[in-house]
Design a protein around this ligand. Structure first.
Ligand SMILES: Cc1ncc(COP(=O)(O)O)c(C=O)c1O
Length: 430
């Protein structure tokens, strides 16, 4: 399935200042056209995981079906033994239903293409993918450095599971100086997320990768924000990329999925053995839904990003707004790093509002087009009133008493979303 080695031409982003009051910055996706043996990711996403031609009729459906199975039949014992031997070598080989058949293999292929990896392992959620990574790549007695802006439930994984298995975790700002202050002789892993959860702090992945190499640490990046399309940590030097496919890859808020993607064969072998041993499995129907969803990832992300910039522009014009956290927004402190390392943006942003807690609640409750909910990356706009206690661990947080509201800007009309935000800000004044 993954024998066609196709390189991803990096998509250049350019900025065009559009005068007038509509849009200040507009990301242009100007990727090179396909060349022999290479392909733009937009093209690859449409030509990966198609159904094979029937050898007799020469016909095929376009989309691969959802191949559901609990076990696998073999033609003879030799075929079964060959599959076992391949799996023992760490190769993708199907010996039992948990591993998944063609639908799963096609989705793994998609994740490899998105992230520039060699092997992908699917899990039943983004959190399960994070758990698989930690359980597979750490031993009892190991220590992990975690950037304090990582997805909150990583701390729960630490306190509820890792601590019981003798793995120690330290949290610090995601820069080399802060991390170095926490490093120990038994530190084995550097775990980061960029841009970070809630406030979208951009980390310097290149510098962190160099630091990890210097100290022989496995560097893991939660790349759910970029989902391989607009940010490629493996190309920036990370060893492992973890993606919650629940978000932009699935894209329709109707499935749970995670993936762990690596280049290195030794890491792949460890992940393969642990993936099997831990019994991690994904339903063929969810894999199929993700394959279907990912075809439109490029246009969904572009549109969400474009809408988000328009919303930023509106928010910047309002006196209630103290700060906007969105790396593609020129005033964001991570904007230069974002321009250096990312090829686009998405619909995620956070806004610090000069509202007291009651005003912030009125603002959120007054929104009519934003669902109140935790997730993101789907077609729809969502809002989350961030609990200040969840920000305490983020060194990036200003620590003031502004209300922090996280928005996922979806595919609705940006004008309608702005009208909704405007009336909710007015209502917040009480
Ligand atoms: C950055 C990030 N990583 C991982 C996850 C976990 O994904 P899932 O909900 O599929 O477990 C989330 C979920 O919100 C997330 O925001």
């Amino acid at each position: 399935m993954r024998s066609d080695r196709v390189r991803h031409n990096r998509v250049r982003h350019e900025y065009t200042a559009i005068t007038g009051d509509k849009l200040l910055y507009f990301p242009l996706w100007t990727g090179d056209m396909a060349q022999p043996n290479t392909g733009h990711l937009d093209t690859l996403l449409q030509h990966t995981g198609l159904d094979d031609f029937d050898p007799v009729t020469g016909a095929a459906a376009v989309a691969l079906p959802s191949v559901r199975t609990s076990t696998v039949r073999f033609r003879d014992l030799e075929a079964l033994e060959a599959a076992h031997a391949a799996r023992a070598r760490g190769e993708r080989a199907v010996t039992y239903g948990r591993v998944g058949m063609e639908t799963h293999a096609a989705l793994e292929d998609v994740f490899c293409k998105l992230e520039g990896g060699e092997r992908a392992f699917l899990a039943s959620s983004g959190m399960a993918a994070i758990t698989l990574t930690m359980m597979a790549l750490l031993d009892a007695g190991d220590h992990v450095l975690v950037a304090d802006c990582a997805y909150g439930p990583v701390r729960t994984l630490d306190s509820v599971v890792l601590s019981r298995f003798g793995v120690e975790v330290s949290y610090s700002r995601g820069n080399t100086a802060a991390l170095e202050a926490q490093r120990r002789p038994n530190t084995r892993m550097l775990y980061v997320e960029s841009p970070g959860s809630l406030l979208f702090e951009m980390l310097d992945l290149r510098a962190l990768a160099e630091y990890a190499r210097e100290h022989d640490l496995v560097m893991v990046v939660d790349n759910t924000w970029g989902s391989g399309y607009i940010y490629r940590p493996l190309e920036l030097g990370a060893d492992v990329s973890v993606v919650a496919g629940t978000k932009y890859v699935g894209g329709h808020s109707d499935l749970m999925l995670g993936a762990v993607i690596v280049k290195d064969s030794a890491l792949a072998k460890r992940l393969s053995d642990n993936h099997y041993a831990l019994g991690i499995a994904v339903s063929a129907d969810d894999a199929w839904l993700a394959l279907r969803g990912v075809r439109t990832l490029p246009i969904r992300m572009r549109e969400c990003a474009r809408n988000a910039l328009r919303v930023c522009e509106f928010l910047a014009s309002r006196s209630e707004v103290a700060r906007i956290h969105h790396p593609a927004w020129p005033q964001d402190p991570g904007h230069e790093l974002w321009k250096r390392d990312c090829t686009g943006s998405n619909g995620m942003l956070a806004v610090a509002l000069k509202l007291d807690p009651a005003g912030a609640r009125r603002f959120v409750n007054s929104l009519t087009l934003f669902g109140i909910g935790y997730s993101w990356g789907g077609f729809e706009s969502l809002v989350q009133l961030v609990d200040p206690s969840s920000l305490k661990g983020h060194g990036y947080w200003a620590g003031d008493d502004h209300a922090i509201v996280r928005l996922h800007i979806g595919l609705e009309s940006a004008g309608d979303l702005i009208t909704d935000l405007a009336q909710a800000l007015d209502a917040a004044k009480g």
